[in-house]
Structure formats: structure tokens, C-alpha cells
Design a protein around this ligand. Structure first.
Ligand SMILES: [Zn+2]
Ligand SMILES: [Zn+2]
Ligand SMILES: [Zn+2]
Length: 257
């Protein structure tokens, strides 16, 4: 299986409107450092599954029928806003799987258009082609699922944002499950106070280490995290890297892509 980070930014993105900090200036001069709404595409030969829908150009990136499904972590705007446009498209219904959040994003529930919105249950595995996605409960201000993504070929990738740390049952699940690679929320640079609602870098590194994964990716980065990493370039363990928009992770399973 292959995972592509389509967006690696927090709400507000990088560069942030009106901000002249070093990270925002860098992103303006070098588009490689732009961070769009946090989302990813997982795929094999037969299926493409979109994780989160905050990108506003989904209707241009994908053709009708191209996506087997959209899987949402939660209903905060930066993770669903692209659906507000996509829903008015034509073609077959697109399955959208999401946490059972009765509030959700009210206008989407009222006018789903071509979206076929279905609720998942925590720890109940969703099968999509050769992919198995198990929703894990996260710690966030809205009901949020991370996903333990297994491919029939053996690859295992855990995608865990937005969160601060993990509830015990998700941490236990993850350790037993054995992720090869993991992507975690890293909204803030190291903080003195325990972070609320989103990981700081210390909490992100903790999650990666506790999971036992070989490689960790930081995502949902803000301009303040970027700025801190610019000032402290050698601060990350060799097995951890900030993900970049457009970055592709090929997992070395025995099932060819
Ligand atoms: Zn978010
Ligand atoms: Zn900035
Ligand atoms: Zn959120």
C-alpha cells in the first residue's frame, strides 16, 4: 500500500494569513513548505481511500468514481470543508465513513448531496477492498477517530490526528496491533504546560515511541511548530520526520502496489 500526505497543516495552515514569522515567510517563497488542511490518500492497485476532506479542491483532484471512499477522523471544519463543495457534484454516491457524532457538521447532514454518510463504531473494523481500517478513539474536543490501517499484503500504518496523547484502550490496541509506521498530531512545539486538545512535540514523540512503530511522521503542524523546527534542526530522532504536503510513503509489504 501507499500513503500520500495531501495536507500536513493544522487549522489556519502554513503560511498563516497575515503572519510574517520565519516559517510563514519560508512557505511563501518556497511552496514545498506550504501546509494545507491535514489529509492523506491511501491506495493500492484497486482502491483509493481519502482520509479527511479539508482540501478545498477535491472536485478538481479526483474524477467521479476514482475514490472508493472518504474516511473522516472528525467533523471539525479543517477536516471536512472540502465536502461542502464536492457534495453538489454528479455521479454515483460517494461513501463517507465517520465517527458517530450526532452534531457532526450540521449542514452536511441536512444537504448531503452525492455523499452517502455512514457512521463507524470505535474498534469495529471497516473492510474496504484489501484494506482494513480500525477506528481508534482519540483525545480531542470533538468525537475523533484515528485509524489503524492494515493491508492484506501485511502493511500496517496508524493515522492518529487530531489528538493529545491516546486513551488507554487505544494505546493498548496500537501496541498489540504493531504499526510499522505512524502519523501523529504535532500541532505545537514543546510546551512547558501539558498540552490540551492537540499534541505538542513531546506528546507526539511519546505517542510514536509507545506505539513501537519503526518510523514516525509528524502531521497537523502549525507555523509555530515549523518555526521551532527551523530553530532546532537536529532535535528529532532519526526515525521521526515532519511530513510534507505531497510526500509519498511506500510501505514495504509483500503485496505489490
Ligand atoms: Zn484539525
Ligand atoms: Zn507564521
Ligand atoms: Zn480537530
Amino acid at each position: 500500500m501507499r500513503l500520500t500526505f495531501l495536507g500536513t497543516g493544522g487549522a489556519g495552515g502554513v503560511p498563516r494569513f497575515g503572519c510574517d514569522c520565519a516559517a510563514c515567510q519560508r512557505a511563501r517563497t518556497n511552496p514545498q513548505h506550504v501546509r494545507r488542511p491535514c489529509s492523506a490518500l491511501i491506495e493500492d492497485n484497486n482502491h483509493k481511500i481519502l482520509l479527511d476532506a479539508g482540501l478545498m479542491d477535491l472536485h478538481e483532484r479526483f474524477q467521479p468514481g476514482e475514490l472508493s471512499a472518504i474516511v473522516l477522523t472528525h467533523y471539525h471544519a479543517d477536516h471536512v470543508q472540502g465536502l461542502l463543495h464536492l457534495r453538489w457534484g454528479k455521479g454515483d454516491p460517494i461513501p463517507v465513513y465517520a465517527p458517530p457524532d450526532p452534531e457532526g457538521f450540521a449542514d452536511l447532514f441536512k444537504h448531503p448531496g452525492i455523499l452517502d454518510i455512514r457512521s463507524l463504531a470505535a474498534f469495529e473494523t471497516l473492510e474496504l477492498g484489501d484494506f482494513n481500517l480500525t477506528p481508534l478513539l482519540l483525545n480531542h474536543s470533538k468525537l475523533t477517530f484515528g485509524y489503524a490501517i492494515a493491508h492484506r499484503g501485511g502493511d500496517r500504518f496508524a493515522y492518529l490526528t487530531d489528538t493529545v496523547g491516546l486513551p488507554r484502550e487505544s494505546e493498548d490496541f496500537l501496541r498489540q496491533w504493531g504499526a510499522h509506521e505512524i502519523a501523529v498530531d504535532c500541532s505545537h512545539p514543546p510546551a512547558d504546560e501539558p498540552p490540551q486538545n492537540h499534541n505538542d512535540l513531546l506528546a507526539a514523540l511519546n505517542m510514536i515511541q509507545n506505539s513501537g512503530a519503526k518510523r514516525g511522521w509528524l502531521t497537523h503542524l502549525s507555523h509555530t511548530t515549523d518555526r521551532w523546527l527551523m530553530d532546532n534542526p537536529d532535535s528529532l530522532p532519526a526515525s521521526v520526520a515532519p511530513a510534507m504536503d505531497g510526500q509519498v510513503v511506500d510501505l514495504a509489504g509483500n503485496f505489490p502496489l
